[in-house]
Each structure stands twice: as structure tokens, then as C-alpha cells.
Design a protein around this ligand. Structure first.
Ligand code: TYD
Ligand code: MG
Length: 418
């Protein structure tokens, strides 16, 4: 048989060398600040020379604004080039003027030919390059149209090689396409070092950027901005934004003590449970639908909440997407609150993963979650039973530990308060 036949390979004199890791000096990464701390944070501390970052998001979300603001800040210390395939130089100039940026320093190129762009980069030798957007570029080496999978992928691959070769920090802007993201940023994710996506809801001026992948830092780090008249402004204390405080507290609201990347964040989650007319609907904004289905099954079995005849809507305030299992308990209590009409006290924050047996499971970062909640004036945090170390770190008085969902419901029920 072919596979069992012995094959001999002949070695060649190698150019590479082996090394004991203890003898290798770990690489200290150089970081270039974008001038926006929230952007730097999502990047893992700033741009890295030779690093390629993909910035994805819906059209109109703020990708050009963010990259132009960053280029202006970087231009004070580095040679930079802003390549626009979407807008003319005059359009970019008027945008930059509106943003109050220093027009003297920003060098821009309106071009869509990959070969021409590479020619300029090789001549100018900038240290930071923005390509806005990758979908507008085309290489003469391929016959397909700009924006097609082949063009997008090959242009990005060519630019990535150039970035590595010349030590350029490259930012590639990519639109998320409506048609299932066929030639959207997804096809580039494996190619680049860092992938950052914009989150945010239409109609709100809040913008969240999140690192989905980062070879040079932690994934899931977020940066928070507000889109104002004069561009993106950093939001230093994001918890305040994700809490829709004020007014009378109403049933269906719960505050989740989350951790996004390395940052604790208090986020309001809302549930609306309403009698169904027909097939019960489950609609989630900012939360996973499959996870909701599981939580509803747990509520049925372990809390006796029969939701078969009800529509259930879940909304995360501020357009944030929460993926942490630690959000389970807050979601369940919000649903229970909407169903029962009992308001969860506004001084209460919640976290904890829920298992199929109705148990409330420990999650990472308990002390950090409790700490942030206490800092923001919450007097009670309902969460899993934590180990002694975490309890010592967390504020002892604030943390109400529960082992089952039923116990968590007890803790927020009015009669439990006496
Ligand atoms: P833009 O950065 O052009 O989005 P993208 O490049 O992702 O398509 O942002 C476009 C939106 O932002 C547009 O609706 C106008 C708004 N905007 C502001 O509100 N303030 C500003 O200072 C700028 C430049 C844009
Ligand atoms: Mg744009």
C-alpha cells in the first residue's frame, strides 16, 4: 500500500537554527499611540510596527472618522499616509477640517489601484498607513471586480506582505456587506493580526469597538466612544452610559456586572414578557438567542415559569453585545421581573452563569465585578458563591452569594428584604 511504503527524505543544510526558549529574549513590542486611549486599549496598547489591523463595521458607523482622527494624532510623531478609495481628497480635507484636525500634517492619496498605492508607499516610506476601504481596491493581476472576494483577499494579502517587509503599521477598513458578508471583512480575519469591529445601534451616538482577535493583545477588549458633531469622543466612564438610570424603576430591568476584555462594566439588560398572539417569539438584541432558549428551559424546570404562551424580548442597553455566560443570571432575573411585575431594586447588580441544573456557577473576575458595582454606588451584588480569596477581595457586605436560580429570585423578592 502506498501509505505504508517507506519513504526516505534527504536533509539539506538548514538555514534555520533551534533554540532553547530560556535563551530567547521575549519580544518587547513597540507601540504607537493613536492619540485615542480607547482605541489604544482595544488594540492592546497601540499600533504595532508591521502589524495589520482590520477595522470592520457597517457603512456610516464611523470607520473613516476613527482612522482619520488616529492618523492625525500619529502624524505628529510618524510619517503617515491616508489612502482613500471612497472619497476624493477634497472630501477628506473637508471632513478633516470639520474634525478640527491639523491639515498640514495629514498626507493623503485618493487611489484605488493596488500597484499605484504600493508604489507610493515604497517611495514615501510612511510608518502608518490607512486603507479606506479594502473593498475599493483592485489589483491589475486579477480580472475580477473591486470588492469581489478575490480582489479583497489578494489586495489585503499583498498589503500585509508590504507591512511586514517595511515595518508599517497598517489599518485596513472593511465594510460589513449586507449580503451575508461574502466579500466583507470576514474573509480577511485569518490574514491580519488584529480584528476590530464596531458595535452600536442605529439611532444612538454610542460607538463601541471590540477586538475580536489580537495577536498583540487580549481579545474582547473594548473601546467606547460617542459620535459627536466634531468626531468621535472617548467615553472615559462607560458604565454610566450602559445604565439607563433615572425615572421610576420598572419591572424587566436588571443590571449585569460584566467584564468586557479586562474592563469591568455595568450594563443594563431589559426583558419584556408579553402574552403571545400565535407562535411565541423570542427576540434578542445584544444577546444570543440559543442561550436565551436554554435559560427559558431552566426557568421552566427550576423556577416553574411557563413561558410557552409568552413572547420574550431581550435588549441590552446601549447597543453592546454581551457574550459572557456570566450574563445568564441577570437575564433570567430580568425575565422573571417582567413576568412577575416585581421590580428589581435599583441598588442591585447581578452576575453568574447558570447551569442546566439551575445552579449558579462561579465565573472569572468576581472581585472585579463587585468592586466596580460598589464604586458606582450599588449596595448589593447578587452572584455565585465565590472562593475565600475572591470574597476577601470583593466587598464582603455587598456580595449576596446564591447557589441556585431559585435563591437568586428569593434575594430580589420583596419579602426577602425584611
Ligand atoms: P464615517 O466615519 O464616514 O463612517 P464609515 O466610514 O464607517 O462609513 O461616519 C459617518 C457618520 O458619522 C455619518 O452619518 C455622519 C457622522 N458623523 C458625525 O456625526 N460627526 C462627525 O464629526 C463625522 C465626521 C461624522
Ligand atoms: Mg468611510
Amino acid at each position: 500500500m502506498e501509505s505504508t511504503r517507506r519513504r526516505t527524505s534527504v536533509g539539506v543544510a538548514p538555514n534555520s537554527s533551534v533554540a532553547r526558549l530560556a535563551d530567547v529574549k521575549p519580544e518587547a513590542l513597540l507601540r504607537w499611540s493613536t492619540g485615542l486611549l480607547e482605541f489604544d486599549r482595544a488594540l492592546g496598547g497601540g499600533l504595532v510596527p508591521g502589524g495589520v489591523t482590520l477595522i470592520g463595521g457597517d457603512p456610516g458607523i464611523g470607520k473613516s472618522t476613527l482612522t482619520l482622527q488616529a492618523i492625525a494624532a500619529l502624524a505628529t510623531t510618524h510619517g503617515t499616509l491616508y489612502v482613500s478609495g471612497e472619497e476624493s481628497a477634497a472630501q477628506v480635507a473637508s471632513r478633516a477640517a470639520r474634525l478640527g484636525l491639523d491639515l498640514e500634517r495629514i498626507v493623503m492619496l485618493a487611489e484605488t489601484s493596488l500597484e499605484a498605492i504600493i508604489g507610493h508607499i515604497e517611495t514615501l516610506r510612511p510608518r502608518v498607513v490607512v486603507i479606506d476601504s479594502i473593498q475599493t481596491l483592485f489589483s491589475a493581476a486579477f480580472s475580477s471586480a473591486p470588492g469581489s472576494v478575490v480582489q479583497v483577499r489578494e489586495c489585503a494579502a499583498e498589503l500585509t506582505r508590504l507591512a511586514k517587509r517595511q515595518g508599517v503599521a497598517m489599518l485596513l477598513v472593511g465594510h460589513v456587506t449586507k449580503e451575508g458578508a461574502i466579500a466583507g471583512p470576514r474573509v480577511l480575519e485569518h490574514l491580519v493580526d488584529t480584528v476590530i469591529y464596531f458595535e452600536g445601534e442605529p439611532g444612538s451616538n454610542l460607538r463601541i469597538i471590540r477586538a475580536l482577535k489580537n495577536r498583540f493583545g487580549g481579545a474582547n477588549e473594548i473601546g467606547v466612544f460617542a459620535m459627536l458633531e466634531d468626531g468621535l469622543r472617548e467615553v472615559g466612564n462607560p458604565s454610566a452610559i450602559f445604565l439607563a438610570r433615572g425615572g421610576e424603576p420598572t419591572p424587566g430591568n436588571a443590571v449585569f456586572a460584566s467584564i468586557e476584555g479586562s474592563r469591568p462594566l455595568l450594563v443594563q439588560v431589559q426583558a419584556l414578557v408579553d402574552r403571545t398572539a400565535g407562535n411565541p417569539r423570542r427576540v434578542c438584541t445584544g444577546f444570543d438567542g440559543q442561550r436565551l432558549a436554554m435559560l427559558l428551559a431552566v426557568m421552566n424546570r427550576h423556577l416553574g415559569c411557563q413561558l410557552g404562551g409568552y413572547d420574550v424580548f431581550i435588549n441590552v442597553v446601549g447597543g453592546l453585545r454581551i457574550d459572557e455566560p456570566a450574563a445568564d443570571l441577570a437575564i433570567v432575573l430580568a425575565i422573571w421581573s417582567s413576568l412577575s411585575g416585581v421590580v428589581i431594586p435599583i441598588d442591585t447588580a447581578i452576575f453568574g452563569e447558570i447551569g442546566l441544573g439551575g445552579e449558579v456557577r462561579p465565573v472569572v473576575g468576581s472581585a472585579q465585578r463587585v468592586g466596580e458595582a460598589v464604586k458606582l454606588g450599588f449596595t448589593r451584588v447578587i452572584g455565585p458563591v465565590v472562593n475565600r480569596q475572591a470574597r476577601a477581595l470583593a466587598d464582603q457586605h455587598a456580595l449576596v452569594s446564591v447557589d441556585k436560580v431559585a435563591a437568586a429570585v428569593q434575594a430580589v423578592s420583596p419579602r426577602a428584604k425584611s
